[in-house]
Design a protein around this ligand. Structure first.
Ligand SMILES: Cc1cc2nc3c(=O)[nH]c(=O)nc-3n(C[C@H](O)[C@H](O)[C@H](O)COP(=O)(O)O)c2cc1C
Length: 333
């Protein structure tokens, strides 16, 4: 049996545990973060928010800063390549309710790195230092960073980068153990995460390829990290957090969620969407999530084809209920 890691503490902020939902743009908006918290994730992070978008006062960008007490303490992640924009954006995020500001230094997307933001910062330590210290000075909440292993196999510099960030005032660092060049291919390198843990005295959050209790436990054991962060494996599967917590507590992997439980959570997710989105947005977005929620389930392909055609709220609720009623019935009935 694994002794669960203590709750993660970042400066004055203590999270409920050491299990984080990774920021996933287009996925981890407020409603999914609340679902993840209800399923046991102790740390949730907003999608990346553009600092230029915030500073230029786009109402649309500001919507990314929406938060709710159910997800507190919340980490809001900003990105950009300009220290002044980043400082102003951080102050806006703090005002919107962020308990921690995270700087995105891992995004590999061309559009982002071309502007000197995201992972491009890992190749420019002086400008990174300016950005981190400007953000630290602009807010009273802790500032953290999320990085990759490095730019490519020849430029793996996460430990040195994290040390620089610590000296500029960063209070925790998340490491995704892949380089920018790898994008999402290959395997996350736990060795570079361990070397980062050894290089700094602030907490390190380990990220990459965690897909259940075994890999979460192995990640902690092999890296000595203070917490683990889960991204893709939580998409359509927020129960992963419960599974890991239960396994750490009891030594036994719990049974997979029943059809009733899956149905309940999807409908709950939809209700949470409706609290902050229009009906048509909620339906459109939940169609996407409903497909992820039913991946690998019996007759899921039929359900996914049908659900794509749905435009009405009641029709979506009915389709979800009908599918899971059928799934709950014995196969030969
Ligand atoms: C669709 C998608 C969107 C992502 N969006 C963000 C983001 O907004 N900010 C960020 O720091 N990382 C982002 N990431 C990276 C994840 O947070 C995480 O580092 C990566 O997926 C590795 O973890 P995993 O193997 O558990 O998925 C994204 C990844 C994916 C697949």
């Amino acid at each position: 049996m694994m002794i669960p890691p203590p709750p993660l503490t970042v400066g004055p902020v203590t999270f409920p545990n050491a299990l984080a939902l990774a920021p996933l743009s287009g996925i981890t908006n407020l409603s999914f973060r609340r679902i993840a918290r209800e399923m046991g994730a102790g740390i949730v992070v907003s999608e990346l928010v553009s600092s230029a978008g915030l500073v230029h006062a786009g109402e649309r960008t500001r919507r990314y800063l929406l938060t709710h007490p159910d997800e507190w303490p919340v980490v809001m992640q900003i990105f950009g390549g300009d220290a002044d924009h980043m400082a102003r954006a951080a102050a806006m995020a703090e005002q919107a309710g962020a308990h921690v500001i995270d700087i995105n230094i891992g995004c590999p997307v061309k559009k982002v790195v071309k502007r000197g933001a995201g992972c491009a910062l890992m190749r420019d330590l002086p400008r990174s230092a300016d950005i981190i210290s400007a953000v630290v000075k602009a807010v009273s909440v802790p500032v953290t960073i999320k990085i990759r292993a490095g730019w490519n196999a020849r430029e793996v510099n996460a430990p040195e980068y994290a040390r620089m960030a610590e000296s500029e005032g960063a209070q925790a660092v998340t490491v995704h153990g892949r380089t920018r060049e790898q994008m999402f291919t290959g395997r996350a390198d736990r060795g570079v995460i361990r070397r980062t843990v050894e290089a700094v005295s602030i907490p390190v959050i380990a990220n990459g390829d965690i897909d259940g209790p075994d890999s979460a436990t192995a990640m902690l054991a092999e890296t000595g990290a203070a917490a683990v962060m889960i991204g893709r494996a939580a998409q359509g599967n927020p129960w992963i957090f419960k599974e890991i917590i239960e396994t750490w507590r009891t030594g036994r992997i719990p049974d997979p969620p029943s059809p009733e439980e899956r149905c309940r959570v999807i409908l709950r997710h939809l209700e949470l969407y409706l609290e902050h989105a229009t009906e048509s947005t909620a339906v459109r977005e939940m169609r996407k999530h409903a497909c992820w929620y039913t991946k690998g389930l019996r007759d899921g392909a039929h359900f996914r084809t049908d659900v794509q055609k749905i435009t009405g709220l009641e029709a979506l609720r009915d389709a979800v209920r009908r599918y899971f009623d059928t799934l709950a019935a014995p196969v030969n009935a």
